[in-house]
Write a protein that binds this ligand. Sequence first.
Ligand code: HEM
Ligand code: SF4
Length: 551
Amino acid sequence: MYIYNQYDQRAVDERVAQFRDQTRRFLAGELSNDEFMTLRLMNGLYVQLHAPMLRVAIPYGLLSSRQMRMLAHIARKYDKGYGHFTTRQNIQYNWPRIEDAPDILADLASVQMHAIQTSGNCIRNVTSDPLAGAAADEIEDPRPYCEIIRQWSTFHPEFAYLPRKFKIAVTGASHDRAATLVHDIGLRLVRNNSGEVGFQVLVGGGLGRTPILAQTIRPFIEKEHLLSYLEAILRIYNLHGRRDNKYKARIKILVQSLGIERFREKVEAEWHKIKDQMQLDAREIERVKAFFAPLPYAPGAGDDREILVKAGTDAAFNRWLKYNVADHKVKGYRVVFIALKATGTPPGDITDIQMDAVAELADRYSFGLIRATHDQNLVLTDVKHSDLYTLWQALAAQELATPCIGTLADMICCPGSDFCELANASSIDVALMVQQRFEQLDYLYDLGELRLKMSGCMNGCGHHDIGHIGILGVDKKGEHWYQFSLGGFALNEGRLGERLGRSVPKAEVANTLEKLMCVYVDKRVEGERFVDTFNRIGIEPFKERVYETNH
Ligand code: HEM
Ligand code: SF4
């Protein structure tokens, strides 16, 4: 992984010292609330319903075991013993004290971490494919480019006060696991007709109150032009994005109002002015690539016979292998998903003890590296086949082996009204109700792949618009109601979910889901997932079933 040099470390240390002084002045009454707000947001510190909330950046979701141990230490020392992994591959703490924030940031800096670019109208922490470097379907590892973009965007003086926040995602695989379609800029590593690798550039995607899927602004840009092209897009956005209305300020609204052609013309004109002075040197790419060199895999490793036997005799182990373990590009290795979805636990939550355990297991079995996914799980990407049984037992002992990846129980959910000031409704308790209702593994497996995503308001932090089933919390005269949408997804292609009909009260959410499942089970043909059946039969049969008793 990337290791800070002396300049990176100095920049982060200086930032901690500045924030320490800013916090001191605020607590002494020398800075007003408003003055301090701008400063704290630049360091990831929000103030939410009950307490401040600190969002820590995990660049492209990659963590070392040492960093994970520090996250555990912070949860233990300054919070209530847990943290929450988010859909943007970051971690949030819900209960830190403002007084402690400078110490937390100093602790983070000691392991090359910070909370910069996790808030405010800047280029946010770059996200990527959690399987980068290990995925069998990869054209090229996206992480060096994520790192290059991180270095370009951090403290970029021209883009510190954009009209609104700006999110970039990069994928290098043929199967897009980074949701590039719903980012302000999505980058996909692709090969052109002459076999050269470069980027397809998508622009203007986003969720929130106006969900829009990104469009391709350029089907191919050479690597040396990556930064100049990004710079040109950001400049046009910075210049023309709407600053008068924060609900219309994201780049998606600009692209929509200008139309992709006119937006492209402007970007290309700007790009032609800067492209020759801003070339990304091949040596610089190589320098950064060296930080992500292939891991020292055991030569000639293959699949272990004993594991195959155990899979045949131990049903629970076999279930875990089937759902939580994926192929690796290197023979004899596997990718292991650590599900943060145990029944009774809010999706994405993890305790300090579990974090320490994951760090330990990463050291023992996966080269000391851990990834966070935008489905609010963790991954050990490089596990030897022969270690799978022991690893499974260790994860199960920590309640980290729920065999549910890709099923309804693997739902995504935002903090909702339990923690978030903007919420219309709760989402965590609804997630827990759904978990309980669908606890029966055989039933879950029969329902197959199902992406359930839930947000507590239309800001869409829980990605509800791109869920096979999306649930959105709405407020009806102070009560929490829930709006369903069906058929959304965002992979290489995408579609926003279609609204089912009027919202249902909290007590009806699990029943409504069950009715949707009944229609699916009833209508599906062999091999069809929920979303495929929905595509074939449309929304009407689902509507009829859900609202039938109310006629
Ligand atoms: C608790 C404090 C949080 C606040 C105040 C907050 C606020 C917001 C707001 C206002 C938006 C809409 C922005 C727009 O459309 O311009 C948004 C979008 C989003 N947030 Fe959050 N959020 C919070 C927590 C989270 C968490 C916990 C996650 C991950 C689980 C998350 C991930 C996202 C994502 C993925 C989007 C939509 C993508 C996009 O920007 O278009 N946020 N958030
Ligand atoms: S979707 Fe709404 S309720 Fe949920 S975290 Fe985002 S802003 Fe808060």
